[in-house]
Write a new protein. Structure first.
Length: 140
């Protein structure tokens, strides 16, 4: 079991790994060793998550959730397949935690009076400067 948040865990069998050759510089090592790891988590088919949790993850992760309901994470940062597997799994856990974190509603605040006055004064100065440029510099 992979612990995502308190009371939320997904089974090891719900995650699929696949390896392929990583691109980019690295010479002969890169050309012959499959170190790039793609992790797939079937969000829609997961028995570990409630429908509400699935909906929240789908909404928060947006484009990361494929049309078939899977979440895909790729890691190719490290030179070993094992390190990339660990990195991809860590990234998935981080994404799911972030998606399941409850949203804190924004508390609307008013603009402070001195700040509002400063903005209006700057607008007056700009307007005056433009008026003087056009030759109509008298106040009115």
């Amino acid at each position: 079991m992979i612990e995502i948040a308190p009371g939320v865990a997904i089974g090891d069998d719900e995650i699929r790994f696949s390896a392929s050759r990583s691109g980019g510089p690295g010479g002969q090592h890169v050309n012959k060793v499959a170190t790039r790891v793609a992790l797939r988590f079937d969000l829609e088919g997961s028995p570990s998550l409630t429908p509400e949790q699935k909906a929240r993850i789908r909404k928060r992760l947006g484009a990361r959730v494929a049309s078939d309901g899977t979440v895909r994470v790729v890691s190719r940062r490290h030179r070993s397949q094992h390190a990339n597997r660990v990195a991809a799994l860590g990234r998935l856990i981080e994404l799911l935690r972030e998606a399941l974190r409850p949203e804190i509603p924004r508390r609307p605040t008013a603009v402070p009076a001195p700040e509002r006055e400063r903005r209006l004064e700057a607008k007056r100065k700009r307007a005056l400067r433009k008026r003087e440029r056009s030759g109509g510099g008298e106040e009115g």
